[in-house]
Design a protein around this ligand. Sequence first.
Ligand SMILES: [Zn+2]
Length: 59
Amino acid sequence: MSERAAPFYCPYCGEEDLRPGEEGHGAWECAGCNRAFRLKFLGLLARGLDGPDTEGKRI
Ligand SMILES: [Zn+2]
């Protein structure tokens, strides 16, 4: 999985005008609300990728 995931919207104000932050990897700055934040990949969920699809196939 790529670690270059980029946010499409600011999680705080919803602004789309984001740019890479100066804090380094995963840091972003929002031009809308002037916040700086960091994205961090925490790991895969234990339930895997089955999702609702598996539920639907049960009888
Ligand atoms: Zn913002």
